[in-house]
Design a protein. Structure first.
Length: 356
């Protein structure tokens, strides 16, 4: 069954195509935010990190942003700032940034400063920085609970109401419906990638209703994709016909399972103990999970963005582990924010050589 047109539109237009209706819009920048709490407060979640497909790395620019944005900033942060300054999120009530997302932290700091200096309009969403420790020690749990309580206060101020056990249970049930539909999608293929990620800009029940079983056309060598955030199906397109992607461990490739519990401690534990979050602590937790997911692959393909400050350290050890298990490892190095035809062709040639 082909991809539903509404899923494709949501994937292409993203948060910039949303307008506030009866449900207040709440943007999220980065992974690890307690989204179920936001949903329980009545907010409609939308990923604001990934720009619309029409908004390329060299897309529309706002002079006020160009005046302060250094050349080394992460492209996700830069594109967010231009969109923010242009009013793309004026209909949003709140944007929550994950502090441990490198692009998210920069986007938050620069957006606040642009607003403070009067370089952009003062109206628009409230900006909030979410901080969480990705470990399970008692002190970390206490810290995370304090941050959770702070976020609750913010949500009450902005959205009103209170998230009780029932509203949390309802939000979790809606998300479980979506996850059940997602579980039927293959890992392989650009359509599956788009269908999965379209939910970042749709309500869970709407998303679930539009998901249909897509044919799993993948065959041949088993491929695992690793690296930093890639919000477009470029790697799936490059691998088409060369093998089957059995796992995509990049930020937009996987969907972490939410907690099924309604207590703050359980919700936070599900987030803080995610072993495949790049900030997992101790770091060996991430390394072990990464190696386990790559086990059994015929080829592991790594690619990172030029602003990577973490994943690259994992590459040598991962290569050793993969090759020790009889697999092959290909490091494509830096992946441009929006890879052009030449980069794609070169990547495909190198994958073909690695599988030969």
């Amino acid at each position: 069954m082909p991809l539903a047109p509404a899923l494709r539109v949501a994937f292409e237009q993203r948060a910039d195509g949303l307008r506030a209706g009866g449900t207040p819009l709440v943007g999220v920048f980065g992974a690890g935010v307690p989204e179920v709490l936001i949903a329980a407060h009545g907010g409609q979640l939308a990923d604001v990190k990934a720009p619309p497909l029409a908004d390329a790395a060299d897309g529309p620019r706002v002079p006020a942003v160009d005046a302060v944005a250094e050349y080394f900033l992460d492209p996700f942060a830069v594109r967010f700032l231009h969109r923010f300054a242009a009013g793309a999120f004026d209909d949003f009530a709140l944007i929550v940034f994950a502090r441990d997302d490198v692009a998210g932290l920069a986007a938050y700091q620069y957006a606040l400063e642009l607003r403070r200096q009067g370089r952009v309009r003062s109206q628009g969403p409230r900006l909030y920085l979410w901080n969480m420790l990705h470990t399970d020690s008692a002190p970390a749990e206490t810290f995370n609970l304090t941050e959770y309580a702070r976020l609750q206060v913010c949500l009450r101020d902005v959205l009103g109401g209170e998230a009780d056990a029932q509203s949390l249970k309802d939000a979790i049930a809606r998300e479980a419906l979506r996850r059940a539909a997602l579980a039927r999608l293959p890992q392989h293929g650009s359509d599956a990638f788009m269908a999965r990620n379209a939910g970042r800009w749709m309500a869970p029940d709407t998303h679930a209703a539009l998901l249909a079983d897509l044919p799993d056309s993948g065959e041949g060598p088993r491929i695992v994709l690793v690296g930093t955030a890639c919000d477009i199906p470029v790697m799936h397109e490059i691998c088409a016909g060369l093998g089957q992607v059995m796992a995509d461990l990049q930020e937009y490739g996987r969907v972490p399972a939410p907690s099924e519990e309604t207590t703050p401690t359980a919700i936070l534990r599900g987030l803080s103990c995610d072993p495949l979050h790049i900030r997992a602590a101790p770091p060996a937790r991430f390394t072990s999970a990464l190696h386990a997911e790559a086990a059994g692959a015929d080829l592991v393909i790594a690619s990172v963005d030029p602003n990577d400050d973490g994943f690259g350290w994992e590459v040598p050890g991962l290569r050793t582990a993969v090759e020790a298990n009889g697999g092959r490892f290909l490091d494509l190095g830096f992946r441009p924010f929006r890879p052009d035809a030449a980069w794609r062709a070169n990547a495909r040639r190198r994958i073909e050589e690695a599988l030969a």
